[in-house]
Design a protein around this ligand. Structure first.
Ligand code: FRU
Length: 456
């Protein structure tokens, strides 16, 4: 089936490759998403900034490419951010130049209409990393605090990832404010795509470290001193437990929501979409919130705009030995939400299963070890990974779960959004069945809800 794996309600490039979300902003009421883009082929190449706009975060309109690597100081326009400077939409990005030194500098592109951009004639505005740092120096994320513009920029020094902080009054002249934060030793050799933001009174640094053994993208909470300036790490957590989540960006909208989009990463992917001429997508937008000092994520409420049909609503009782509890539920664009009450039995759920159940993606909950897992061993084309999320330290509470399925994408929000899992799966189009069943003992699910989703 032509282009079957293209998600329906997740953003994908029309053709060619995409990676990181860039320049996320709400400008004059409209949401804008830019993204790392190679329009010529479904693989990483000369980086452009693709561009799309939306009024509601779910319906996107493709706009002309915003940035081409067309200046003598760049062979690629790498990642960066956007700010509204008194009505001038300002993109702050990394000009990358293969074969030049310094290889990475920070530049501006300006627009009044939010569609056509001019590169600033005095680029670059930051001409390279300070002495002692490697030439890996990129992905400026600009924010306003007090009377000042700040930019966090990813960097590396002596094989440690870190973030440098710059200050500016006008976005044109920048001063190095200081070494803001650095890997504590086992947090990777370079930090890509830093974000620094305040949420419910806590300051959070979100980075995607290269070669960190334990995680690919992390939320770091800690204490900030803007005078020194330094951010002292207190604690880090994985931003997502899946394999296909990298280089997220967070912005604040006019309702004050902190909204995150991530690249649904296909770096190490199976590229089942390549034959259809495109690769990469954005996650569904997620609202961040703080719960006991932990950054949690939930799909933005605009998800409701996608609900076409309610397929199930109510309690569901799973008797051991009875397997066809979801007969009649079929589809490849669904939202499934329910709670597993505490102290219940072993629960298994098949997603995107074939008629003979040979193909399936398996979720399971083992209350004895309090382990939640997602097994992609029989999901279809692709890597047979298994992801385990231990909830041992989370007490004996109920487990709430929300699952978004969109053709080839799978996003899980678990335990009040404290854990998320983002993954591609490539089942056959005809694998659209679902099962949920208990083992050993009965499980009473109080609140199963299933919707068919679509753009409509
Ligand atoms: C992250 C990244 C960024 C860089 C961009 C290049 O995925 O490596 O650090 O700016 O992609 O496309």
């Amino acid at each position: 089936m032509q282009d079957y794996y293209r998600p329906v309600y997740h953003f994908t490039p029309r053709q060619g490759w995409m990676n990181d979300p860039n320049g996320l902003i709400q400008f004059r009421g409209t949401y804008h998403a830019f993204y790392q883009h190679n329009p010529y082929a479904p693989k990483w190449g000369p980086m452009h900034w693709g561009h799309a706009a939306s009024r509601d975060l779910v319906h996107w309109e493709h706009l002309p490419i915003a940035l081409y690597p067309d200046q003598d100081y760049e062979t690629g326009c790498f990642s960066g951010s956007a700010v509204d400077n008194k009505g001038e939409l300002t993109l702050v990005y990394t000009a990358h130049h293969d074969g030049r030194s310094p290889r990475e500098t920070q530049c501006l592109a300006l627009s009044r209409d939010g569609i056509y951009f001019n590169k600033y004639e005095k680029n670059p505005v930051i001409g390279g990393a300070p002495a002692g740092y490697s030439e890996e120096f990129r992905d400026p994320k600009v924010f306003h605090h007090g009377e000042t513009w700040y930019s966090v920029v990813g960097c590396a020094r002596e094989n440690r990832g870190g973030v440098l902080l710059y200050r500016s009054k006008n976005l044109r002249q920048w001063d190095l404010a200081g070494r803001f934060c650095e890997s504590s030793g086992d947090q990777g050799i370079m930090w890509e795509c830093p974000n620094f933001f305040e949420i419910d009174g806590a300051w959070v640094l979100l980075v995607s470290p290269i070669d960190m053994e334990k995680a690919r993208t992390i939320f770091i909470t800690g204490e900030v001193d803007f005078e020194k300036p330094v951010f002292t790490q207190k604690r880090w957590r994985k931003a997502d437990y899946g394999y296909d989540f990298y280089a997220p960006q967070v912005f604040t909208d006019d309702r004050g929501r902190r909204i995150l989009f991530s690249w649904m990463d296909l770096w190490k992917g199976d590229f089942s979409t390549l034959t259809d001429g495109w690769a990469g997508a954005l996650t569904f937008p997620r609202e961040l919130f703080l719960e006991n000092g932990v950054v949690c994520q939930r799909p933005v409420e605009e998800l409701a705009l996608l609900r076409k049909k309610e397929l199930f609503s109510g309690p569901l009782s799973l008797l051991p030995g009875k397997r066809n509890n979801l007969s009649g539920i079929e589809g490849d664009c669904l939202e499934i939400a329910f709670t597993i009450p505490k102290n219940e039995a072993f629960l298994t759920m098949y997603l995107r299963a074939s008629g003979d159940r040979k193909e399936k993606t398996v979720l399971s909950w083992d209350p004895s070890s309090r382990m939640f897992s997602l097994d992609k061993g029989h999901s279809g084309i692709g890597r047979p990974e298994k992801i385990n999320i231990p909830l041992k330290e989370d007490g004996e509470n109920d487990i709430d779960l929300r699952i978004l399925i969109d053709r080839s994408s799978l996003e899980l929000f678990l335990y009040g959004g404290k854990y998320t899992v983002t993954n591609w799966i490539f089942p056959q189009p005809s694998s659209f069945f679902y099962d949920i069943f208990a083992e050993g003992r009965e499980i009473s699910i109080p609140d199963m809800r299933i919707f068919e989703l679509g753009l409509g």
